[in-house]
Design a protein around this ligand. Structure first.
Ligand code: HEM
Length: 429
């Protein structure tokens, strides 16, 4: 198999440009790149060693999976940034999730995230206005109440599952923004995780990921069809109602478009935010790093940015080249799939001095956790507000944050994080 791969790669269509010194990265990286696509591999830990090797030896590398699918892997900050900003050369309209590699996304041109500019802007504008920092500031009181409620059981002193409670917080934020009945939140959160981690033994079905994914899609789409119909009749001040009155291509969004975008919003918001406190605490509980941050409330915002960089919940984004181009000295052909590793870019020493040091004073901190360019995460303000509250509440009410046994990592090749993370804390006197 490996020989076949090397032969393919030496073929001129895969090879380096003439003026580029070939480094032939493929032999050593073949195993790495196959592993990075494997959800179970991410369930074992964060593969920073693999990404560091890629950045050092082959920041741009082509790869053929054992099943024949091929893609370019992009690991350096400079190249990830270049791909994501260049929406003319690299389309989102064939899917942006690694699991979609090789199959075109049926939501292309329907979901915001899977629509290219300039058409994309008309759909984005109303959402962006609705999720702007000023509007989010008005929700702060409500967010604080929810955050306090979810952190309160920590005061009992017994093991507290941080991953579970942060998952509920992420879901509550989406539930509030979309005005979904709180009784539905646990099921919606479980379905969102099944959609993004269908191979996870808790949320999906290992060995039968496709049917887990289909079942989650079916249920979420049916749910939002019903909610959207009701919001059309009785609109409110929520994101579902907003979508039902949004105009695109000079007409209101049709039902399929509303539902597909509700789905994307829910899943995009529910599975990500929780992983920032989970990963940060998993790595720093019981260390001086966390104690120093807790003792510096004036550096809260810097700490949140550093936690976002550190955790990078969305590990990668997929794009497809629409024209021939050159990246990192390699010729990329129209139609080639390109996987950008945000999690690798965020540890690139060319941009972040001492990238493996958690530095709440890091300035500048231009992490790519929310992507970059036209599709930059439209939920970034609510995420920053939520995380600010989580860390402020944690540090002001609790001390001695400590792990209470091993946690379980999420089995996903897209979202990096935790399914369970037991911890204890003492209430601050
Ligand atoms: C820590 C939490 C989050 C992370 C790490 C994250 C990450 C991202 C990334 C990397 C993108 C760019 C996608 C691309 O370029 O293809 C994105 C886009 C998006 N995010 Fe987030 N996200 C988070 C939370 C949220 C929340 C809470 C919401 C909803 C309120 C949300 C809604 C969206 C939407 C709708 C897009 C598509 C924007 C567009 O295509 O213009 N995200 N997010």
């Amino acid at each position: 198999m490996l020989n076949g791969m090397i032969r393919d790669i030496k073929d001129s269509s895969w090879g380096p440009m003439n003026n580029f010194i070939p480094r032939c990265p493929f032999v050593s990286d073949a195993t790495d790149l196959t592993a990075l696509v494997d959800s179970a591999f991410h369930g074992e830990g964060v593969p920073h060693g693999v990404w560091a090797r890629l950045r050092r030896d082959s920041p741009v590398a082509s790869h053929a999976l054992p099943d024949g699918r091929t893609f370019w892997s992009v690991a350096s900050y400079r190249d990830v940034d270049a791909v994501l900003r260049d929406t003319l050369t690299f389309t989102s309209q064939r899917g942006t999730l690694l699991d979609q590699l090789g199959t075109d996304d049926p939501a292309a041109g329907i979901q915001l995230v899977a629509t290219d500019p300039p058409r994309h802007a008309t759909l984005r504008m109303p959402l962006q206005r609705s999720l702007a920092a000023k509007r989010i500031a008005a929700m702060r009181g409500r967010l604080r109440v929810v955050t306090r409620e979810l952190l309160a059981p920590l005061a009992d002193g017994g093991p507290y599952d941080l991953a579970d409670h942060m998952r509920r917080l992420s879901m509550a934020v989406m539930g509030i923004l979309m005005d979904l009945p709180p009784g539905d939140w646990p099921r919606l959160a479980a379905l969102s995780f099944a959609a993004i981690a269908p191979e996870d033994p808790i949320f999906g079905q290992p060995g039968s990921a496709e049917s887990a994914l289909r079942a989650a899609h079916r249920e979420l789409f049916a749910y939002f069809r019903d909610i959207a119909r009701r919001r059309r009749d009785r609109p409110g001040d929520d994101l579902v109602s907003l979508l039902t009155r949004t105009r695109w291509d000079d007409r209101p969004l049709n039902q399929g478009e509303v539902v597909a975008n509700c789905y994307s919003l829910l899943v995009g918001g529910a599975v990500t935010t929780s992983q920032v406190p989970a990963t940060t605490l998993a790595d720093f509980m019981g260390t001086a790093t966390l104690a120093q941050w807790a003792a510096a409330p004036h550096l809260l915002a810097g700490g949140v940015e550093e936690a976002l960089r550190w955790a990078t919940p969305t590990m990668n984004l997929l794009r497809y080249a629409v024209t021939d181009t050159v990246l990192g000295g390699y010729r990329i052909r129209a139609g080639d799939a390109v996987v950008t590793w945000l999690a690798s870019a965020n540890r690139d020493a060319d941009v972040f001095p001492d990238p493996f040091t958690f530095d709440i004073r890091r300035q500048p901190n231009k992490h790519l956790t929310f992507g970059i360019g036209a599709h930059y995460c439209v939920g970034n303000s609510i995420v920053r507000a939520t995380l600010g509250l989580v860390f402020a509440e944690l540090f002001s009410h609790f001390t001695d944050l400590a792990p209470a046994g091993p946690g379980t990592r999420l089995r996903s090749n897209t979202i990096s994080g935790w399914v369970t993370l037991p911890m204890t804390a003492q209430t601050r006197s």
